[in-house]
Design a protein around this ligand. Structure first.
Ligand SMILES: [Zn+2]
Length: 98
């Protein structure tokens, strides 16, 4: 009985992904990627924000590494405790740069 189980198992492992299955997988990946792109667009996440008090520009591509903010962090995703590195203004004192 164990012999037949082994055969069955190895057959299953060696079974290659057929093109149809692969297509479904790739399609799913594409959908996921597209959804991710849309999310960043809709959320206007990668916009630069300007401090209204000292004109410091927060650039999401650069982040604020000195204060533990990784490059690629959208302004919306900054912690509420984050303040302007130049003058200490709160997030609410920033306006998006068009
Ligand atoms: Zn400032």
């Amino acid at each position: 009985m164990s012999g037949s189980w082994e055969k069955c198992g190895s057959k299953f492992k060696q079974h290659p992904l057929n093109p149809e299955e692969e297509g479904v997988l790739n399609h799913g990946l594409k959908l996921l990627k597209r959804r991710g792109l849309n999310a960043s667009k809709d959320g206007s996440s990668m916009k630069k924000y300007k401090c209204l008090i000292c004109d410091y520009i927060y650039d999401p591509a650069k982040g604020d590494p000195d204060h533990g903010i990784n490059p690629g962090t959208a302004f919306e995703n900054l912690p509420a405790s984050w303040t302007c590195p130049e003058c200490g203004a709160a997030k609410s004192d920033f306006a998006p740069v068009e």
